[in-house]
Ligand binder design. Structure first.
Ligand SMILES: C[S@@+](CC[C@H](N)C(=O)[O-])C[C@H]1O[C@@H](n2cnc3c(N)ncnc32)[C@H](O)[C@@H]1O
Length: 279
């Protein structure tokens, strides 16, 4: 099979990952697909504990940017190993399945599909597959539209993995994050993302989320954990972080339109009123 959009690339750990030729980005750089999926996403969501204690049933996870399904498989794997007795729904969002077909075609080189081939084939054929207590569903289309679809249950966990804000700007805006925040409402939701940039963090804050520091992965010494509930964050950003915002050359927030961009000092001043920082 020839793909114009992807190639396999060997990352520093020796694992193979996909590289998008269109966006010039590697899906899981340095450490490779499964180490990143487990360390950045699965571990930080504490799925077993949170699913078991959750008032919401089923426990709903959104996988934004299904891509080559490394995150989705790591999530399924977490529910194989753990003794969760509540029903779980995993909703994977992507505008197309090209990366997944490419990855399946290269399953042997990628390695992480081993043992999952049948389930993935069923998922591709039916748009849904069942693994233990997890119902895994495909949600096709642009995430900006799908986030508004009230037929998809609101999430308690979001694994947020589009391309970078430079390549994939439409998914990293106040508008998209606000729509996601509205879907969570008064519920408790945790979101993990590889970005730790000031502009992405201010964008989440302006959209009504709380922001914390996340685990290191690959070349990134820090990532971000976002929540609708401050008490869910192990390491929330402190008020002193606003000093960094005030000095930033790119303070955000990121928006759809050409829009007014506040000065860094103004952005920091506005964020002093956010409940995370208010004294
Ligand atoms: C870096 S890849 C995701 C890697 C994936 N999480 C994995 O584990 O293999 C980013 C994915 O986001 C998808 N994407 C980008 N923009 C999107 C949009 N507006 N709506 C839905 N999916 C989008 C791309 O098609 C691509 O598959």
């Amino acid at each position: 099979m020839n793909s114009e959009s992807f190639q396999l690339i060997r990352v520093a750990s020796g694992a193979q990952s996909l590289r998008s030729l269109r966006y010039n980005e590697t899906f899981h750089p340095v450490v490779g697909p499964m180490i990143e999926a487990r360390g950045l996403h699965v571990v930080q969501h504490h799925f077993s504990k949170r699913a078991t204690q959750s008032i919401a049933k089923p426990f709903v996870i959104w996988d934004v940017g299904l891509g080559a399904a490394a995150n989705a498989i790591a999530i399924l794997e977490a529910f194989r190993n753990e003794d969760v007795q509540v029903p779980v729904e995993l909703h994977s969002f992507d505008r197309d399945l090209e990366a997944l077909y490419f990855a399946l075609h290269h399953a042997r080189e990628l390695g992480y599909f081993t043992g999952w081939e049948e389930l993935i084939s069923e998922f591709l054929k039916n748009g849904v597959a069942q693994f233990k207590r997890v119902t895994w569903k495909m949600q096709s289309g642009d995430f900006r539209d799908r986030v508004l679809d009230l037929e998809i249950p609101s999430p308690q966990s979001v694994v947020f993995d589009p391309y970078s804000p430079t390549s994939n700007p439409e998914l990293w805006t106040v508008e998209t994050f606000s729509n996601l925040r509205k879907r969570v409402g008064t519920g408790s939701c945790l979101l993990t993302t590889y970005s730790r940039s000031t502009s992405v963090r201010t964008t989440f804050l302006f959209a009504g989320w709380y922001v914390g520091k996340g685990a290191a992965t690959g070349e990134k010494q820090e990532t971000s954990v976002i929540s609708s509930d401050l008490s869910l964050l192990d390491r929330p950003l402190e008020r002193s972080w606003l000093e960094r915002v005030a000095k930033s050359g790119a303070p955000g927030p990121l928006t759809n339109g050409a829009g007014e961009r506040g000065s860094a000092i103004t952005v920091a001043e506005m964020l002093r009123e956010h409940p995370q920082f208010k004294e």
